[in-house]
Design a protein around this ligand. Structure first.
Ligand code: PHE
Length: 339
């Protein structure tokens, strides 16, 4: 009776098939084809067989050994492949995930407005300068032909820090500072924050923004003033806009005028936005008062100039249709991102 080689191969085949790790597979290899394995033991027992059975038996054992080793090799490859696949899956990068959006900020609409407006004046030859927000009484009023007794001081409700130091109520003090600082010609715009005691509502804020303009040279006339400001309005709001000048009073300009722009909504016919006027007031302006020139050390007999001051919050609001000033200060990102 020959030992059951086929049964041994079947057992090995089953075990290999159900094995799932390198370690198990190695154990199976040792168990069947290792030095002390079952097949090796069979070969050793060959001596017990009848001489004529030996060659056939030896051949059968070798075939079984090749068979088992072949299966072991195939399984080993399969295990390596499965392990690699598992590793790939566990380390996989999910390329379908949306990327992390890097939040980059954007300019505040007022800052953007300042930049656009300054750009237009720079193209007309103006330089951009800035001045202090904490001012002295002298520059905010006296140097601008508004001495202490002057009634025009009462029109603006000023934040005083001491009797002599205050938060500037307009950007005009930089007119005087600039003229003291340099010889004529002077041609500057002054963007900045200004302060007046006001109750906060849709159209008022104690903190707001102005852009001052000053051009002083020999022979500057009111025609230059009108030309520069009309060019600015058309560049900023569009060629279809018209402007008009109305006589007004400022202590530091003479003559003075307010400038209106034809209404954005109705084009001048009169509507709810312009309160039926057809025009919207946009800035104050005038020819620099001789007293302002001489206080700054310029000879008013030789030099003349124009100045203007515009409220940036209002000018930007009109351009973008913002109907409540408070939006500029509330820092709601949905509002800020809209520009
Ligand atoms: N400073 C004035 C204001 O705040 C505006 C102005 C500036 C008027 C320059 C004339 C010249 O109302």
């Amino acid at each position: 009776m020959l030992p059951d080689i086929k049964g041994l191969v079947d057992r090995a085949t089953d075990e290999i098939a159900s094995c799932s790790s390198r370690e198990q597979l190695e154990a199976i290899r040792i168990k069947y084809v290792g030095k002390k394995g079952e097949l090796t033991a069979l070969l050793r027992s060959m001596g017990e067989l009848a001489a004529e059975d030996r060659p056939k038996f030896g051949q059968a054992v070798n075939v079984a050994k090749d068979d088992i080793e072949g299966r072991l090799a195939v399984k080993s490859d399969a295990i390596v492949l499965a392990e690699r696949e598992k590793q790939f899956i566990s380390q996989a990068v999910d390329i379908t995930l949306p990327g992390r959006v890097r939040k980059i900020g954007n300019l505040h609409p007022i800052t953007k407005g300042f930049e656009e407006i300054c750009d237009i004046f720079v193209r007309m030859g103006f330089s951009v300068v800035e001045g202090p927000e904490v001012e002295t009484d002298f520059y905010n009023f006296t140097a601008l032909n508004t001495p202490p007794f002057h009634p025009a001081r009462d029109v603006q409700d000023t934040f005083y820090i001491t009797d002599n130091i205050l938060l500037r109520t307009h950007t005009s003090p930089q007119q005087a500072r600039q003229m003291e600082k340099q010889d004529p010609p002077v041609k500057v715009v002054v963007p900045g924050r200004v302060y007046r005691r006001d109750q906060v509502d849709a159209t008022h804020s104690p903190v707001f923004h102005q852009l001052e303009g000053l051009y002083v040279d020999k022979g500057v006339t009111f025609a230059h003033l009108k030309g520069a400001l009309e060019a600015f309005i058309k560049a900023f709001y569009g060629e279809d806009k018209r402007v008009r000048f109305r006589p007004h009073y400022f202590p530091f300009t003479e003559p003075s005028a307010e400038m209106d722009v034809s209404c954005f909504a109705c084009g001048g016919k009169g509507c709810r936005i312009c309160k039926g006027e057809g025009w919207i007031e946009i800035l104050g302006s005038g020819m620099v008062h001789p007293n302002v020139l001489s206080t700054a050390g310029y000879d008013p007999e030789v030099y003349s100039g124009f100045a203007f001051g515009m409220g940036i919050d209002r000018i930007v609001s009109l351009k973008y249709g913002v109907d409540d000033l408070r939006l500029y200060f509330e820092n709601d990102v949905r509002f800020l991102e809209a520009f």
